[in-house]
Design a protein. Sequence first.
Length: 447
Amino acid sequence: MSHKRIPKRKAAIAAGSVVALGAAAILLPNANASQDGASNDAAAPKTLKAADASDLASQLSGLLGDAFAGSYYDAESQQLVVNVVPGDNNNVIVQAKKAGAKVREVENSLTELASGAQTLKSEATIPGTAWAVDPRTNKILVTADSTVTGDNWDQLESTVQSLGSGMATIKKSAGTFKTFLSGGDAIFAGGSRCSAGFNVTAGDGTPAFLTAGHCGVAAEQWSDAEGGQPIATVDQATFPGAGDFALVKYDDPATEAPSEVNLGDQTLAISQAADAEVGLQVLRMGSTTGLNDGQVTGLDATVNYPEGTVTGLIQTNVCAEPGDSGGSLFTQDGLAIGLTSGGSGDCTVGGETFFQPVTTALEAVGATLGGDAAGGAGAGEEAGAGDEAGAGEEAGAGEEAGAGEEAGAGEEVGGEEAGAGEEVGNGNADGTGNGLGEIVGNGVGVN
């Protein structure tokens, strides 16, 4: 993501191999479709893009009601897998299949899984533990880091066992759960460093950005250079509790805040915010480790950090390290998914990492995605993504959105816009360089 605080400068928008977002809508069949002669195999599962699978999952959740027991995206087959608890009404399976999902009958309902999570909350809220529903196993996945030992481990294990053998599983993590706040580069406040997530427009129309809530409560004013003058001030912050997010407003109301993530040698236009789906392939950008990828492994996760419990997070296997807090979680086709919260491990050994959903953060702070949405909106509209998807196949957002004409983030960003080399001192003047040179734009004004 990039932050441009001098309005007269030219904003480089280089999309490179960006794939524009398909605008296909998924239409469900009539919920009262006749069953006479209907076969459970009447329709084969649809091949779906991840974003379309998430939309279908949301619609099926409402259609199936209590029979809906979660879903996940099978990236290999590009299909949505929907869990159902059919009971005496086999029609729910017919309906889900006609809608294009692959249906799987399971034992545990979402209500039962939620009850199990509530038991964990009341009896095993122990620092260093986390849990989230895993729809692939239809169980609650409980994780304990290396600090959970002795009586705490016994308490956690006995609580999991009390839920029943088919309700939850428990595993050990080699690292420790912590927020990824650190002293260093990107956005600065005193001795702390974080990463900015996504540019947004605040409810009053002023430019702002989202970052982690634990960054927002750590300091009120943030700079784009270590020891530099503040350029943005925290407006709202939540941590711990029901999320880990903060809205930080630029001090200059004329700040250009395009809706994009800067990848160093190119930028990716962000078209909209979207909900995560288990199995979704995602990318993460952060000021310490740059660009990394992985998969969503759990939703509505509860994490017990040393500072307190945070709920409603996305769990992934994407690595992160101190200083990456607040950084962007997004998809290849330009959907904003999350903000880096914390986790265990690092980018050498891996581990679990948790993210604040962007959709809930935007709703909570009353903001909309993107201060300059032209890049994001244009990519989707101009590429002509339709029901048959293939935004990248049809045209490529780079050409249609004009990003290709601007191309060469190294020239535009590293030269005129200074680049991480000049702003931070860890990249070359051409915008390449080491770690920070390659993750230009994850700090405010670092581009």
